[in-house]
Design a protein around this ligand. Structure first.
Ligand code: AMP
Length: 249
């Protein structure tokens, strides 16, 4: 079975985000970029499926500027077999990404598509769901465990009240949650080998997808600064403050 994994290039999760002075977005110039952490989990899961003899080929797809090739190389170093770079400098919103993935799925016919539950830059949590709708395939979102059969998959999902286990028939769309696995670090020999693995480059127009944004960002603001705390001397003081100042009890 072929597995397609979407890998987004985002600002590294360790970077302290700075809002641009004109409030149009966040600063990305000279900022460390990495693979979206939920997508690393997706690649790891696909590689484990291949190691278990359940997947035959892993295709890593990234969309955006030329630098997304680095993100694909990381996926290849972790164990993906080949990459597809959808090259564009346009701003890509979830619907555009889902439409591109739909065309690639029509072409590649994977048995399973794995995405992150959300990209840590836009926090949209939309692309996997939109893709499942466009393909008319079942979706298993927020996956924390995957047991892949021949024609279906048993997926444990992280939901508010606990864990939910469902089965979906294949082909299906899966989105990863944090506890699905712990991604491996690519070894140096695998990083070297990844340089020789093939990456196809296409553009949205050649796939027939209009990526024009449907939403416009009006303003981006820093979160409000936290107020400094106060130290109280006794529990009685604390209770008094909670009652009279915070008015929470
Ligand atoms: P979102 O819906 O934007 O929170 O993104 C959810 C998931 O969609 C991400 O974790 C990726 O797997 C995938 N995705 C979104 N944008 C891209 C992109 N530009 N390139 C590759 N995958 C993407």
């Amino acid at each position: 079975m072929k597995v397609l994994v979407a890998v987004k290039r985002v600002v590294d999760y360790n970077v302290k985000i700075r809002v641009k002075s004109d409030n149009t977005g966040v600063e990305t110039a000279n900022v460390k970029m990495s693979m979206n952490p939920f997508d690393e989990i997706g690649v790891e899961e696909a590689v484990r499926l291949k190691e278990a003899g359940k997947a035959t080929e892993i295709v890593a797809v990234s969309m955006g500027p030329q630098a997304c090739q680095e993100t694909i190389r990381t996926a290849l170093a972790m164990g993906a077999d080949r990459g597809i770079l959808v090259l564009t400098d346009a701003e890509l919103q979830p619907l555009a990404v889902a439409k591109i993935l739909k065309v690639l799925c029509d072409k590649e016919q994977p048995g399973l598509v794995i995405l992150g539950k959300q990209a840590i830059d836009d926090d949209c949590n939309q692309t996997g769901q939109m893709l499942a709708a466009l393909l008319d395939w079942p979706q298993a979102t927020f996956a924390s465990k995957l047991e892949l059969g021949v024609s279906d998959a048993r997926v444990t999902r992280e939901i508010d009240g606990g864990l939910e286990t469902i089965t979906v028939t294949l082909p299906a769309v899966l989105t990863t949650d944090l506890r699905l696995n712990e991604p491996r670090y690519a070894s140096l020999p695998n990083i070297m080998k990844a340089k020789k693995k093939p990456i196809d480059t296409v553009d949205p127009a050649s796939l027939g997808v209009d990526v024009a944004p449907r939403l416009s960002t009006l303003k981006v603001n820093e979160p409000a600064k936290r107020q400094a705390g106060v130290k109280v001397a006794t529990v009685a003081d604390l209770v008094a403050k909670l009652k009279t100042e915070a008015k929470v009890i």
